[in-house]
Design a protein around this ligand. Structure first.
Ligand code: S3P
Length: 173
């Protein structure tokens, strides 16, 4: 088994790429806790991402996203962190990721693959209108930012969760 030299393994990438599913499998394989950004926010605030977004707005949600990321990165215990898709938008978050004792893995997928996957869930308010165009625009805006923080890139296209998990483990020694 690959122990991962850095304290934390952080999964970054677009909505629908599988950060939470791969994060769960990876945490189980490595015997580490999983910090899943959206789940942490929802349990801290006692409301869903959509409810927070609708009632308080994007800026308030992004502040929670930052607080959650910083808290997870500060944990002493080695962990797996499934970061929210928008985490790379803030300079402060990218700086925190780059300076953390963490191996950052960008999970990468074609926009068509993301589109198939996000159709299943309604918890993403950003995708309420024209999800295909929105995902493409978000990918275009964010690809360089994911690249900037990533120590490794793993493609998820045509791969099962188990295959992606093993690929992440291979690249985090
Ligand atoms: C967002 C991604 C979502 C959630 C929110 C905003 C984004 O998380 O935090 O809807 O801006 O990419 P996932 O990446 O876990 O879907």
């Amino acid at each position: 088994m690959n122990a991962c030299a850095a304290r934390h393994v952080v999964l970054v990438g677009m909505m629908g790429v599988g950060k939470s599913s791969v994060g769960r499998a990876l945490a189980a394989e490595l015997g580490r806790p999983l910090f899943d950004s959206d789940e942490m926010i929802e349990s801290d605030v006692g409301r869903t991402v959509r409810e927070i977004w609708t009632a308080d707005g994007e800026a308030a949600f992004r502040a929670l996203e930052t607080a959650t990321l910083l808290r997870a990165l500060a944990e002493e215990e080695p962990s797996v962190i499934a970061a929210a898709g928008g985490v790379v938008l803030s300079d402060r978050n990218r700086e925190a990721l780059r300076s953390a004792d963490a191996h950052i893995v960008w999970l990468l997928a074609d926009v068509e693959v993301l589109l198939e996957r996000v159709r299943a869930g309604g918890h993403r308010p950003l995708l309420d209108d024209d999800p295909e165009r929105t995902l493409q625009r978000m990918y275009d805006e964010r690809a360089d930012l994911y690249q900037e923080v990533a120590d490794a890139v793993v493609s998820v296209d045509h791969r099962s969760i188990g295959e992606v998990t093993r690929a992440v483990m291979r690249c985090c020694a």
